[in-house]
Design a protein around this ligand. Sequence first.
Ligand code: PGA
Length: 221
Amino acid sequence: HLSNLRGLKSGTLRLSSVTTAKYFIPHLLGPFCERYPGIDIQFTVANRKQVIERLEQGLDDFYVFSHLPQGLDLEVIEFMSNDLVAIAPASHRFSQKQQVSLAEFCQEDFLIRESGSGTRYATEVFFDNLDVKPNIKMTIASNEAIIHSVLSKLGVSILSSHTLAFGEIHDVKVINVESLPIRSKWSFSWIKSKALSPIAEVFLDYVETEGRDIMKSAIKL
Ligand code: PGA
């Protein structure tokens, strides 16, 4: 019956996502908005902590995480893999190596996301589990600013591979570091006790039935 309603729906879909998912969500929204021109979108991009705060306040229909918050009663659908990879400038000696040991990687200046970031959280858990410490040089509250800092030879970092996947980013290389990548998955989640709006239902159906295929054709990496 959903297909009968194509193009006739109107209202607002509210989504909030962590920053590493902002590279793929618009590629999902393009075909969706073409099909349902009457639906307006409010798309909020923030770090993990801020998205959790929005979830706790019930501000949006869907929340996109790769590290789900604990202790909240959520419905969750896993959407797509999200690997966090080591990056360095193409001119760095690491770019020429088949593999870099973790000890060697940790000697480099390391650029880390701000506290509250899921990328930072995953990176800290990774280093803690292996009982090693990165040589933190700068805290930077943006994936793009980290990439530019890597380009500017300020250090190396660990970011979602999707930060590199959609644009033309030359001169930053993914480095094969021992024990990396950190593997995670993006999920769409929503509050179990909150009924989805009819528009949110239409979006969920779209994500579940077509979303993954649409993403496969959009991702270049
Ligand atoms: P971030 O989140 O944008 O807060 O780093 C990414 C994630 O949760 O993996």
